[in-house]
Design a protein around this ligand. Structure first.
Ligand code: GLA
Length: 725
């Protein structure tokens, strides 16, 4: 069992092939963190936990009415904790805050624990799954010192993974309401400072840029407050040593399985310790738990590698593919898509779409997606959301679908389920279904309001409207959009419980997503939020791919896809070739290949050369994409953020095949340079399509391909590597 408990030392050890995680139950029943790092068999608590601050070990005993000293290595102000207190001696940022009429403190002490095979699942919320019972879990039950509030903390690990999942449940066993003010899914105390924080800020059309800041004394706080994980920040972070890089060094990752507003806090104190909390954004959060109510925190994720960012990303990609995302069928997932949006926006009719489908066939399209604009009153973006009735005067959906099928193509369609236009029929009937106080002015965005997803009736209404379409048409793919952030927060349904608004909006989204994905297990869902505004582990649980960004310029995409790759596997990264930008279709195709691959343009506008370039990339897609990119291991070779080159590689799991993409940014004169390739088997020999030679994996790794030549702006080279026996 990779989880053990040493009764004598009261020491828990969670061990995988990638890390050891140790903590103890200390002499007053707090869970005290000991170690998170490379696998370690030997622990000497006496020396390891000794902080030498004797003043911090003293306390005044209430029973004995005198000053006493904690015997063990418990320093009330500075020890490292698994569930740090609020309102006791530790003044660092607290992960959990609750208000009650008894007091406003949180101080959870050990009651019992159990170790078991398997992993808990979370009702109504996304979570990592363990359908084969491979995980091991440690569940610790704690009780607050002054109130009958129970906290159940569960840690789950998979033997071959560097990931640790953390589930927290809080139960109000008092006879009065308590109000949760802050809930962090992840909390970690590290006995180190001088750490580098890697985070992924951005905005619409430039999501998930890579930023690195050195943490120093004080608190750094990164939040999303737009009701979704957001374009501006993404809820995943890395902390690393200054010397860590792609291929070596300690790196820690943090995320949670959640799509709403979040907050991440990083505090470095004067003793050189770092605390990390990550959870629901505490602004505008006040969740009432009545007696016996239970609150499940979103699932938290911690991960560690001693082998650099690249290794940690591959660990994350593996666990997300194996235990989070559900793919209806690989056959459907690996179809080449053409989406209508950037080709015709809302301006189409049946004839136009039929011509798209015919032309799309010539470039190997296997799944045609009709984006926004197919429902009533949707000739501009100011109307129609909420109604979901086919505009029969504009399109003949049956004819379109039949035409796709005649050409052996699948058909997909766009929805934006969580939104309403005030000009829609639904709004006319139920204005109270929209978010906000109807008696005061409310901010519009793209002429729309969010629907009040906290209200089950709203979720049921939208579900019924969507099933009326999905039940009656042969649809294999749904693009699920979300085109504005949430503000003017108020639900007329929640009334006095509006402190729960933002979290309940997310739970409503999850309920609708669950109802639909369960009813249509054969449908491939693509998530989207004006591009990548809701690219997070919560959404990926329901939708195995997400539209990465509305920016489809391939050079801009290099940066977006590079940042996204730190956490999310390429199989989930929606990427299409568009009309955008000056590069050739071949270059655009190569870049989209390192995502889901597909097209997003008017196929009538292509010439013979464009078509033949795309058909060449299609061939590579069909021959290699699934094995090498969708299911393989990903390597970042050169960062466009810190160099003039973008270079990445994907290697099949059996290390027999590889694809390498190199894109030059600004024009660069001839220079003696080599592209080293990671991830191949050192002892195997590989033919490469660049210089058409055969070298060993060792040679590709240590010397690489000779790239000494003149490089023009945005010149791209795709190298195919094949094992030669
Ligand atoms: C969002 C999406 C686009 C497209 C439009 C349709 O902006 O990101 O891809 O679907 O909505 O309105």
């Amino acid at each position: 069992m990779p989880i053990t408990f040493d009764q004598e030392q009261k020491l828990f050890h969670l061990q995988t092939n990638n890390f050891s995680y140790y903590f103890i139950i200390n002499e007053i029943g707090m869970l005290q963190h000991v170690y998170f790092g490379s696998p370690l068999e030997e622990i000497h608590l006496e020396t390891l936990l000794n902080l030498g601050m004797d003043w911090s070990k003293t306390y005044f005993s209430s029973t004995e009415q005198k000053e006493k000293i904690y015997e063990g290595n418990l320093y009330t102000t500075h020890s490292l904790f698994e569930v740090p207190t609020f309102g006791y001696a530790d003044k660092r940022i607290s992960p959990i805050i609750m208000e009650t009429s008894i007091d406003h403190k949180c101080d959870f002490r050990y009651v019992s624990h159990r170790i078991y095979q398997g992993k808990p699942s979370l009702k109504g919320q996304p979570h990592f799954k363990d359908s084969k019972n491979e995980a091991s879990s440690l569940e610790v039950t704690l009780r607050d010192l002054t109130k009958n509030v129970t906290l159940i903390l569960t840690y789950s690990i998979f033997e071959n993974s560097g990931v640790l999942l953390r589930n927290t449940t809080l139960i109000n066993n008092t006879n009065q309401s308590i109000f949760l003010k802050k809930v962090s899914s992840v909390t970690l105390d590290l006995p180190k400072k001088e750490l580098i924080l890697t985070h992924f800020p951005g905005g619409w059309s430039f999501e998930r840029m890579v930023r690195q800041d050195e943490l120093s004394e004080g608190i750094k706080r990164i939040v999303s407050n737009s009701g979704r994980s957001s374009h501006e920040h993404n809820p995943f972070f890395f902390l690393s040593e200054k010397t860590s890089d792609e291929n070596q060094g300690d790196v820690y990752a943090f995320s949670h399985v959640y799509s709403g507003s979040f907050e991440a806090e990083f505090e470095v104190n004067q003793w050189g310790q770092t605390r990390v909390n990550l959870g629901i954004n505490e602004e505008e959060f006040s969740f009432e738990l009545k007696p016996n109510d239970i609150f499940d925190f979103p699932e938290g994720l911690l991960a560690y590698s001693s082998r650099g960012f690249g290794h940690l990303s591959r660990q994350l990609h593996d666990i997300i593919r194996d235990h989070l995302i559900k793919i209806p069928s690989m056959e459907l997932k690996e179809k080449i898509i053409l989406n209508s949006w950037e080709g015709c926006y809302l301006d189409f009719n049946t004839e136009k779409i039929l011509s798209y489908i015919d032309q799309a066939k010539l470039i190997g399209t296997e799944l045609f997606v009709l984006d926004d604009g197919w429902f009533i009153n949707r000739n501009d973006d100011s109307n129609g959301l909420g109604d979901w009735i086919i505009d029969e005067a504009k399109i003949d959906l049956k004819k379109i679908i039949n035409h796709c099928h005649d050409l052996n193509m699948k058909f997909g369609i766009w929805f934006e389920p969580e939104m309403i236009n005030p000009r829609s029929n639904l709004y006319g009937e139920h204005p109270e279904y929209s978010v906000g106080n109807l008696n005061i002015d409310r901010a519009l965005s793209r002429h729309q309001f969010p629907l009040d997803m906290t209200n089950p009736q709203v979720v049921d209404t939208i579900f019924a409207k969507m099933t009326a379409i999905l039940d009656h048409y042969d649809i294999d793919y749904v693009k699920w959009d979300h085109n504005r952030s949430i503000d003017c927060a108020y639900s007329s349904y929640l009334k006095e419980r509006n402190g729960e608004f933002y979290h309940r909006m997310v739970l409503g989204y999850y309920r609708l997503a669950e109802l639909l994905t369960k009813r249509y297990p054969h449908i491939l869902f693509q998530g989207c939020a004006s591009g990548g505004g809701r690219f997070d582990l919560g959404s990926l649980f329901y939708f195995p791919e997400i539209w990465t960004s509305d920016e489809t310029d391939p050079i801009q995409r290099l940066f977006i896809q590079y940042g996204t790759s730190y956490m999310y596997p390429l199989i989930s990264v929606g990427a299409h070739v568009s009309k955008n930008a000056i590069t050739s279709y071949a270059t655009k195709g190569m870049i989209a290949l390192f995502g889901t691959y597909g097209f997003e343009f008017d196929p009538n506008t292509l010439n013979e050369k464009d078509r033949s370039e795309l058909n060449e990339i299609n061939e590579i897609f069909h021959n290699y994409h699934q094995k090498v990119i969708a299911e393989g291991d990903f390597y970042r070779l050169s960062s466009p953020f810190t160099s003039n080159h973008f270079a990445i590689a994907s290697i099949s799991k059996d290390k027999s095949l590889g694809l390498v993409l190199f894109v030059n940014l600004l024009k660069e004169p001839r220079e003696y340079r080599f592209l080293k390739i990671e991830g191949l088997d050192q002892n195997k020999r590989y033919y490469n399509s660049f210089d058409k030679q055969i070298y060993s994996g060792d040679y590709y790794h240590k010397i690489g391909l000779n790239f000494t030549r003149w490089f023009n702006e945005f010149e791209a080279i795709l190298v195919i590597l094949k094992e030669v026996k």
